[in-house]
Write a protein that binds this ligand. Structure first.
Ligand code: FES
Length: 159
């Protein structure tokens, strides 16, 4: 074998080695990207809230705001936290439901339903709201905040 033939063979061998190495690298990267993103994606999901059942439709009397306590699971990356929450739930027909955040829109005090006066009352600064959450008096700057409600079967869910 002459020196030129040897040099050509070494060049081919080197080229094939680089080609195989390059193809292997591309395949490894193609496999690694979805795998790595599968494991890392939860770390970048902050405070993902899940739909939370808060009550059964049959538990809420028609025309009577009803306070419900519930626990809400919140995901932060890989961690799940359970928060104790509450809401005022109202239905006028037993089919459509409204859920109010239980904090006053003035300075976040808890308010309650005054059955006699048929209005929500916040004792902190005498804030008053009608049954639909509209401001009737006092310092609250806006109506009561509403939660997003979904009905699935006979369950009332928020989230
Ligand atoms: S916090 Fe409710 S009126 Fe001020």
């Amino acid at each position: 074998m002459s020196g030129d033939e040897q040099a050509t063979q070494v060049g081919r061998r080197r080229f094939l080695t680089l080609l195989v190495g390059g193809v292997s690298g591309v395949i490894a990267a193609a496999l690694a990207v979805p795998l790595v993103s599968y494991f890392l994606a939860p770390a970048f999901r902050k405070n993902a809230r899940l739909l939370t059942p808060i009550a059964r439709t049959g538990d809420i009397p028609v025309g009577q705001p009803t306070f419900v306590n519930y626990e809400q699971r919140v995901r932060d990356g890989w961690n799940f936290t359970t928060l104790s929450k509450g809401a005022w739930v109202l239905t006028r027909d037993g089919r459509e439901f409204i859920a109010f955040d239980p904090k006053c829109t003035h300075l976040n005090c808890p308010y309650y339903w005054d059955t006699e006066k048929q209005q929500f009352f916040c004792p902190c600064h005498n804030g008053r709201f009608d049954i639909d959450g509209n401001v009737l008096g006092g310092p609250p700057p806006r109506p009561l905040d509403r939660l997003n409600v979904t009905i699935e079967g006979d369950e009332i869910l928020v989230g």
